[in-house]
Write a protein that binds this ligand. Sequence first.
Ligand code: TXA
Ligand code: MG
Length: 330
Amino acid sequence: MARIIPIEGDRRAAVNAAINVLSKARPVAIPTETVYGLAADATDPAAIASIYETKGRPRFNPLICHMADLEMAERYAIFDPISRRLAEHFWPGPLTLVLPLRPDSAIHPLATAGLDTVGIRVPKGFAGELIRAFGRPLAAPSANASGKISPTTAHHVEADLGTRIDLVIDGGPCPVGVESTIVKVEDDRIRLLRPGGVPAEAIEGATGLPVERPKAAGTAAIEAPGMLASHYAPNTHVRLDATSVIPGEALIRFGSQPVDGMAQAAAVFDLSASENLAEAAANLFGLLKEADQTGAAGIAVTPIPDHGLGEAINDRLKRAAAPGTYRGSW
Ligand code: TXA
Ligand code: MG
């Protein structure tokens, strides 16, 4: 089983333990402000290959490369003025920029799935400290088996990947709770590839430019290859926009309004009693897992507003509810 080392107490020891694993070209699970990541040296093909193996992730799906700061990112990717403004405004934080690779970039093509672009973000807190100490970028997808719900606690990581990895660094629950927002700037236009922890409205506010959503459903799946509709799959069927509970279902509620039939629910979970979208995002994946574990006949989720962080929450919920979702243990 994986060792679990808490950051609290001795940050230096946690950084050193992580570097020790990274130096052996092995992946280490680390906390970020969004979700836990499965991190490995983005310049080392053996290290990157072990991420894909550990997750059972298809190799056509590129990884986000995490940097210590903008200066480090500029050694690997070419920044247009709008992307630089976004980096200066939102980094460190939950925003990933898809940028052209520099011709001399040391990022290994296995991390980018051979694309001529790279997804880069600068994470907050421990992950940033670790990258600075390690001195090289870390490729890190979410630390879950491919197709499963992303982990927001060290315990989630352990339950999902514990037998496959050496070390989990425990930084407590992730404060944002949904993955980073991914954007790509092209011809002075900002295109949203994945809604996430930075609301699109905040990007519009910082740049004065509109954020363009994918024109047709599924377009983002091609642009950000990981955006398969069948991502984030619980084992139990998920029913969205529920206004009543079918007896035997577990209920996940936004707000504190009573829901028809909730007395017959197998269990009731509150994303945010006060209708706070940031709190709901932070609770989302953990409560989906808990609801799944009740063994209920289904999971009913009440409607969630589609603005701000609600856009990312609804995106993840739609994937959890998508028909044909992956149901195996991988
Ligand atoms: O918050 C996050 O972004 C977390 C933490 C660990 O940083 N990471 C994460 O990674 O969500 P992952 O691998 O689960 O999702 C990465 C997404 C995928 O949809 C992938 O296709 C997209 O980023 N991506 C990566 N590089 C890309 C590129 N060059 N062009 C387009 N999409 C890219
Ligand atoms: Mg993921």
